[in-house]
Design a protein around this ligand. Structure first.
Ligand SMILES: Nc1ncnc2c1ncn2[C@@H]1O[C@H](COP(=O)(O)OP(=O)(O)O)[C@@H](O)[C@H]1O
Ligand SMILES: O=P(O)(O)OC[C@H](O)CO
Length: 498
């Protein structure tokens, strides 16, 4: 019998995130073979504005992809496919003929569209488009960012209507650079506020409400499908794209209704798989597409998006200087048994899920002469857990079934204190997998499925292994007392801006 020796044995996943781009090469067991990472610049031209240079992002992506291959002496021919995952909602415009960006990308955190959002919400309320796109009116999503650009440049609007200007989320921008194809994956499209969740196509009512021409939008495609050949990387098939939070859900093998993960980074994002029909939310969660594999029906998720979690730790480091590194927050917090009655609500850019209150601003409540920087460090970590608690409460009520365990990933899961406190306040086990790079892993899985590198979801599920588990230790009375104090602090953060 003649044995065939496979010549391509790896999948590369590119994760283009808010602060950095990374590329991780995985083998068939889902084990990391190599990785490279590079940061890109954050531009803050005015208060509340956040921009990225799309060309710089592309150069970082090129560099990390080559870097990850070079580290272990791999050539593009050793790859079966490339999978892409990306920061979501961030809005790029470029010239259809030249491919050159028109201005910088407007990042998801940017709040310049707050007046436009207030005007749109004045006519029908914040939830007026929820039944179509699953999202509340918020500065977070792409549609208001596109509209802001078109409103300020009549010539741009005219060219956009003629198809001479292209809009894309970061997946679209990078896929066009790699393959020449102009398309978006359905999970990214579901974050624009322009896609209808039922038809999975651009929605004429939403396009009219935001005054955005269809001619400037890409074709919506499944998340796992060969899109084209990556010309700068030896023609390897680009075979998946997913928003980064959906990719983490996929990498955590949450393939059945009720399975959930939370990714703790700059912000934190909890997604629960809800099956193959969209579940509407009446409690401030987002209804979003989880993934779509080829021509199979799409899977949907409920999402609780929290804008500021790890960013608060960075703020303690960079703005207050009470810690020298993110890791140090744990050393301070561990010196005290509790936060000394102090509660931080880090509503730096309003509160996202489940409150959606752009008028909120950060507060430190309960200050007394007793409170030290150790208590502040502890309160900072606890604020992450309480924000996730709010989202889980909404999720339980919405899904009509209580979460029984939470899979976690992301940079903040390095904090043992936070993970224990999270398990305590949620009263469920918190599980961290052996491969913590779930975002890249999810993109690799989706690409691998498209090219037959992995046969099916069962094979991917078999790769998931628990590395660490935290179980609840807190009394019900302590949990209830903490929740009460948290709710009072949240109430004090509201109605701050005019
Ligand atoms: N040991 C730690 N304890 C607490 N927070 C941490 C720790 N290490 C990193 N962080 C926080 O986690 C975030 C980085 O996580 P990461 O998953 O890389 O984020 P992102 O993908 O959003 O850039 C930073 O905001 C940092 O403050
Ligand atoms: O790039 P991250 O990890 O900060 O994720 C950003 C989210 O996709 C925003 O919705």
């Amino acid at each position: 019998m003649v044995q065939t020796v496979p010549v391509t044995r790896y999948i590369a996943a590119i994760d283009q995130g808010t602060t950095s781009s990374r590329c991780i090469v995985f083998d068939a067991a889902g084990t990391i073979v190599s990785q490279a990472q590079r940061e890109h610049g954050q531009r803050y031209p005015r208060p509340g504005w956040v921009e990225h240079d799309p060309v710089e992002i592309w150069h970082r992506v090129e560099a990390v992809t080559r870097g990850a291959l070079d580290q272990v002496g791999l050539a593009p021919a050793d790859l079966a496919a490339i999978g892409l995952t990306n920061q979501r909602e961030t809005t790029v415009l470029w010239d259809a003929a030249t491919g050159e960006p028109i201005g910088d990308a407007i990042v998801w955190q940017d709040t310049r569209t707050d007046k436009l959002i207030a005007e749109l919400a004045a006519d029908g309320g914040q939830d007026r488009f929820r039944d179509r796109c699953g999202l509340p009116l918020a500065t977070y999503f792409s549609a208001p960012k596109i509209r802001w650009r078109l409103d300020r440049d009549p010539d741009l609007r005219r060219r956009a209507a003629d198809g001479a200007v292209r809009f894309g989320t970061v997946d679209t921008w990078l896929i066009e650079r790699m393959t020449g194809a102009y398309l978006t994956d359905v999970t990214n499209a579901s974050r624009t506020m322009l896609m209808n969740l039922a038809t999975l196509d651009w929605d004429d009512t939403l396009l009219a409400a935001f005054d955005i021409p269809r001619a400037m939008l890409p074709e919506i495609r499944p998340s796992s499908q060969v899109y084209g050949e990556a010309r700068p990387f030896g023609g390897v098939p680009v075979a998946a794209a997913l928003g980064d939070q959906q990719a983490a859900l996929f990498g955590q093998a949450c393939y059945s209704p009720g399975e959930a993960k939370c990714t703790y980074g700059t912000g934190s994002f909890l997604l629960m798989h809800t099956g193959d029909t969209p579940t509407p939310s009446r409690r401030g969660l987002l209804t979003t597409v989880a993934y779509r594999i080829g021509d199979q029906p799409a899977a949907y998720a409920l999402e609780g998006s929290i804008a500021v979690t790890g960013a608060l730790v960075q703020w303690l480091r960079d703005n207050l200087g009470i810690i020298g590194s993110a890791r140090e927050v744990n050393e301070l917090a561990a010196r005290v048994p509790d936060s000394g009655g102090c509660v931080i609500v880090p509503a730096f850019s309003g509160l996202f899920a489940p409150h959606w209150r752009p008028d909120a601003r950060g507060v430190i409540a309960g200050l007394t002469g007793f409170v030290t920087r150790d208590h502040l460090a502890r309160a900072a970590l606890e604020s992450t857990a309480w924000q996730v608690y709010d989202v889980v409460e909404a999720m339980n009520a919405e899904a009509d079934t209580d979460l029984t365990a939470l899979k976690v990933d992301g940079g903040m899961t390095a904090s043992d204190l936070l993970m224990q406190f999270q398990s305590d306040v949620l009263d469920v086990p918190v599980l961290r997998p052996s491969v913590s790079e779930t975002t890249c892993l999810g993109a690799a899985y989706a690409a691998g499925l498209a090219v037959g590198f992995w046969p099916d979801l069962d094979a991917l599920r078999a790769n998931w292994a628990e590395q660490r588990r935290w179980t609840p230790r807190m009394s019900a009375a302590a949990r209830a007392g903490g929740a009460r104090r948290w709710r009072k602090a949240v109430a004090r953060s509201l109605d701050w801006t005019d």
